[in-house]
Ligand binder design. Structure first.
Ligand SMILES: [Zn+2]
Ligand SMILES: [Zn+2]
Length: 435
């Protein structure tokens, strides 16, 4: 992630021209949010009940106090903290950190089963007494500890870091949206923010439970193909396994995502994730529970199908989770020079704005190869399935007008050359056969 943060110019609010005469209070921020929303509903923001998932925006309440502390920090420290926060959130949100801890412990030799020894686990699998079936038979003894650890860290990070990022960008720099936001004129409504937090919270419970089971299973010596000693397989394979794992994880995610964009699966499952046309960091896990579990299961296949060293697998998984947050942040983050395969955040932001296009995540090449990369001469709506869109020359005038309005609402700073590369001038449009 680069330029985005730089472009976002993390100016303390005290230096920034404020919309109001005083520094922005939480009440004012809420008001701005409502004013900027397409369909704001004043009732829901005023009537806050005892339990309200929007309490995650508790940072708004303490915005002034936070600002006092923050304004003392040099800008680069602020940027570094925000970057670390995104990474931490990505690494911990679904409980995968526990898997990393377990792998690391095994690497250090804890819980390793000697190859020639007759371990208890081997005996249990040989003769299972079904009358006395227990978690131990599935290598899941002490699961409750893993589960409590995974869930408590997941929820703490989700609300604390998610709340911080919300404050850092969406509250603190709200009046400078054109400097950092992919869709600066459009904001997710408070109702949808609440919705994504509720769905995200439910999905977190499932994904953390799954991560806890997997970490517990591996920790207890459950059969898998992960190895820990560097010399268990050749060094050639160790180096080769990096691109193999990376490509598997990314290409599998591309296809899973694309399959969930076929009409039946889209309407019954994936549409839920597409309620957010302006995604935020909270949108990452706001996915139908069936879909998110399906994806999580598919992504652990290398742990059972390939001799996988834990270092490349965990590093790549963490990289992917980090970018999952970046891609959904709604902020104009851009890939570093050393990531020529990595699309900028606007790529997935486009996916949320235009629905059935740009299905990939950490390589844009899959969309290029399969013809699902966004094209300038095509329009994409929630009804144009399969990623190919509709030629402008075949679209109706209403469709074109709606699409042009969407294109104009994008931020040029979110693109590489700071130009709206998909913008079509009136002249260009007239050149096309409209009807
Ligand atoms: Zn999608
Ligand atoms: Zn998404």
């Amino acid at each position: 992630m680069t330029n985005g943060v730089k472009r976002a110019k993390l100016v303390p609010a005290s230096d920034a021209p404020s919309n109001s005469s005083s520094s922005s209070s939480s009440a004012e921020m809420s008001t701005m949010a409502k004013n900027n929303s397409n369909k704001s509903n004043s009732k829901s923001t005023k009537k806050r009940k005892t339990f309200d998932p929007m309490a995650v925006t508790w940072m708004e309440k303490y915005s002034d106090q936070m600002e006092k502390i923050w304004s003392r920090l040099p800008n680069f420290v602020g940027s570094a903290i925000a970057t670390c926060a995104i990474f931490l959130l990505g690494a911990t949100m679904r409980g995968e950190w526990l898997l990393v801890v377990v792998h690391f412990a095994k690497h250090l030799g804890y819980g390793t089963v000697e190859k020639n020894g007759t371990s208890g686990e081997d005996e249990t699998s040989a003769s299972v007494d079904w009358a006395k079936i227990s978690l131990e038979n599935f290598y899941l003894q002490n699961l409750s500890w893993y589960w409590v650890a995974a869930c408590s860290v997941s929820y703490t990070m989700y609300f604390a870091i998610g709340g911080f990022l919300h404050w850092y960008f969406y509250v603190r720099q709200r009046d400078k949206a054109e400097e950092w936001k992919c869709q600066p004129q459009k904001w997710i409504t408070p109702e949808l923010e609440r919705h994504e937090i509720i769905i995200g919270t439910i999905s977190l419970l499932l994904t953390s439970t799954f991560s806890a089971c997997l970490a517990c299973y591996i920790s207890n010596g459950g059969p898998c193909s992960v190895y820990y000693k560097f010399d268990d397989y050749s060094w050639t394979w160790w180096f080769l396994s990096w691109p193999v794992i990376y490509i598997y994880l990314d290409y599998a995610t591309y296809w899973l995502h694309r399959i969930y964009h076929t009409p039946w699966l889209y309407k019954h499952f994936h549409k839920l994730h597409h309620k957010y046309k302006q995604p935020t960091a909270f949108s990452v896990t706001a996915i139908h529970p069936v879909e998110i579990l399906h994806i999580q299961i598919c992504l652990c296949i290398p742990l059972f199908a390939l001799p996988t060293h834990w270092v490349p697998y965990c590093t790549i998984a963490m990289y992917n989770y980090y970018h999952g947050i970046i891609d959904h942040s709604g902020i104009n983050f851009k890939a570093y020079w050393w990531q020529p395969w990595q699309p900028d955040a606007i790529f997935h932001d486009n996916h949320h704005q235009y629905f059935h296009v740009n299905f990939g995540f950490n390589c844009f090449i899959w969309d290029k190869i399969h013809g699902t990369y966004r094209q300038k001469d095509r329009i994409y709506t929630e009804d144009t399935y399969y990623g190919k869109g509709k030629l402008i020359s075949e679209a109706t005038r209403n469709e074109i007008e709606a699409d042009m309005e969407e294109r104009d609402s994008e931020n040029p700073l979110a693109y590489r050359d700071n130009k709206l590369i998909y913008k079509i001038s009136k002249k260009e449009l007239e050149g096309k056969k409209l009807e």
